[in-house]
Write a protein of this length. Sequence first.
Length: 636
Amino acid sequence: MSSRETQIVHDNEELYRRILETTREGVWVLGPDLVTTFVNPRVAELLGYEQKQVVGRPLAEFMFAEDASAYSERIELRRQGQSEDYEMRLRRKNGQPLWVLVAATPLIDGEGRFTGTFGMLTDITERKRTEQALIRSEQQYRMLVEIMPDLVVRYDSALHRTFVNPAWEEVSGLSAGEVVNVPAGAIPRVPRPLNETYAEALRRVLATGQRESVEFDWINARGEKLNLQYIIVPERDPGGKVSGLLAVGRDVTDLVRAEEQLRRREIRVKRMNRVLGTLSDGNQALVRAADEQELLDQMCRVIVDSGGHTVAWIGLIEADGRTLSTKAWAGPGDLRGWPCGDGGTCDAPAAVVREGRARVSHDIIADAGYVVCGPRLHEQGCRSAVTLPVASEGTILGALSIYSSDPAAFDDEEVELLTELANDLGYGIGTLRARIDREKGQRRLQATMEATIQALASIVELRDPYTAGHQRRVAHLSTAIATELGLAQDRVLGLHLAAVCHDIGKIQVPAEILSKPGRLTAIEFELIKGHVDAGYEILRSIDFPWPLADVVRQHHERLDGSGYPLGVQGQALLIESRILAVADVVEAITTHRPYRAGLGVESALGEIRTGRGVLFDADVVDACVRLFTEKRFGFS
């Protein structure tokens, strides 16, 4: 080779080297063992390595493991001398994927042997990201369309359906295979495949390119009559020409049914709430010692004012077991003296009481059960009625009659609801009567117990005139503290009774010790301390509904266990005992004793403040102090 030829070869080599180094395409050369023999700077840049870090390394080190099998099939094509263009995923140094378009060519020597492969790489990572994002977006939209409850249909310019979603298939009773790419009016299983109103709207949108809303009736493949609403929008080709239609609709029939069911359910809930509210008011009346008349009047008022009925009437059976008399009513006019209210010839309420089941009249003028009072009720605007038995625990108490200004106003659902109302009314009346009887018995029993306890307390005070009234004053303060702490009224009553007789055990202490003016000896003090156990023994044999015996036994115990007789401490002490202990100390220090004059309220409060949280319950002490310092409590 001449020197000129050598120079030309050198110049060409230099040119090709510069081209390879400056091109934005990657060049990757592999040997027959797929080990890298050359990469240009662009490959190294794309991978995030230096060139020397890539050369000499197998291609597999720059691939994801899951892609290796696919590449092994491609390299077989190179070995067979075939070139190929394909997309390939490589792994960058930072672990991120690098997508490249590869133009691969096998390298064959002069003897036809495979010596490697030459590849030109173009970075398509961003394009792949865009494609994948589009695919994900399309999948998401397709999934939404397939699961959405709206009916979705696409039409081409010939009004052939090109797509229907599952919701449309479900409502129509047709499959996509029966309707897609089939003329819209050619569905043999449907009487009217395409409603004309709907078809005209489709044609208008095709012609004008303006969206439209349309509502129409349609009978589906199951023979169900549907009311459908659609919004039709045009689809345009890249040139802006209307090329098809997208119709999105819904089955308004189901919506109307659902709304009607919801409306009825809401009405039922409201009515039941009103009934429960009435019964609740009746229960409140019981607590306030109200009679059943308030419950009856309120029930009638709710039926008329809240229930929207014209007249409500309640009649109850008198003590003779036969006469059905008016007890309450609401509506126009005065129902006293009406035949239906006084056992007259109006038979509807009497028949209901006699038979024990509801009676519905869709036209009271034509009903023989209202032959007497029907005309008068008609004058008041009543057209239909339902009368229901009012019962408690199987016993018929009377009847509830409800009148409406609408003819045939009481359907089965309404009667069922009002039957529940009548049952609740009967339960309320029975509960009210039983509660009144029970409260009378409880008051008698309570009065007897209080009288008994007062009698026991009086015995102690007769034997100890110096402390006469001590138990009564302690009971007064204990009750005030318990109320201040928010104890339930029943527990406050129990504490009051325990306080009234908390020193009952002093019955066994000799009177001369109780009234001794001087200091007690150790033996005498032990005798005095024995009064708590003695009181416990006296009271524990009596079946009180409160733990009176335990409260009396614990009233000299202290939080830290330093009290007597058992050394009970902390939370093991009943709250009633903790209250009684504070009240007992305050009263004892405040008032006179045989062995000293009273020390006054300030000294007593100072004593319990000193023992707060140690000897005495902190909350009880605070409540007691508030009573004297803020609420002007005083012993009477």
